[in-house]
Design a protein around this ligand. Structure first.
Ligand SMILES: [Zn+2]
Length: 195
């Protein structure tokens, strides 16, 4: 059945000009030209043999190889049969499948190792996280923290043990501004860090 240009346009745009099955980009002007780049045809979402109609809502664009290979299978059966194979061969055609990975939040990193201050100092009454080492150029190093510092307050919240600091940093987004209160020897210092 021949389709008007309006109908073809409408069908083509349903998938943004991609084959409904393999997502390959279709060449608008190569409609029905077997062997041409992006050659495509109108496919029936529900096959005519299975009672599918010629209404626009049942019509979808398909590249010619897919449309021919599909034969009398339903679109769904055919899609399932080629889906994994296509993803494997052409992952770039399925950007939406891989977006989650890209969107994953960047973790805040501070760049220091800490231990429970009471254990390091063998003084059960001392609270805080004692800095063991500071990675050069890390957020902690840029803020001015040094090995031996005892962090006992972050953003106004007391840090009783090393695990408190780790838990707090894990919950922060990258780029967060953190204020720390630190004991260095007998002096109490305040630091601002961008994690
Ligand atoms: Zn295709």
């Amino acid at each position: 059945m021949p389709y008007s240009e309006y109908e073809l346009n409408y069908i083509f745009d349903k998938t943004g000009g991609r084959c409904i099955h393999c997502r390959k980009k279709l060449g608008w002007s190569n409609y029905g030209i077997v062997g041409a780049r992006g050659a495509w045809e109108v496919d029936h979402s529900k096959a005519v043999a299975r009672g599918g109609t010629d209404y626009l809502r049942n019509l979808i664009p398909s590249c010619i190889p897919c449309n021919r290979a599909k034969g009398s299978q339903s679109s769904r059966q055919y899609n399932e049969s080629i889906f994994l194979e296509t993803i494997y061969k052409h992952p770039h055609r399925f950007p939406e499948l891989f977006q989650r990975k890209k969107r994953r939040k960047a973790k805040a990193t501070f760049g220091l190792e800490v231990a429970d201050a009471n254990k390091v100092l063998s003084m059960p009454s001392v609270i805080g996280a004692c800095v063991g080492s500071v990675r050069p150029k890390s957020a902690a190093a840029l803020a001015g923290l040094k090995a031996g510092d005892i962090i006992f307050e972050v953003n106004g919240i007391p840090i009783i043990a090393a695990v408190d600091l780790e838990t707090m940093l894990k919950s922060m987004k990258k780029g967060s501004v953190v204020s720390l209160v630190v004991q260095r020897g007998f002096i109490k210092l305040k630091f601002i860090a961008v994690v």
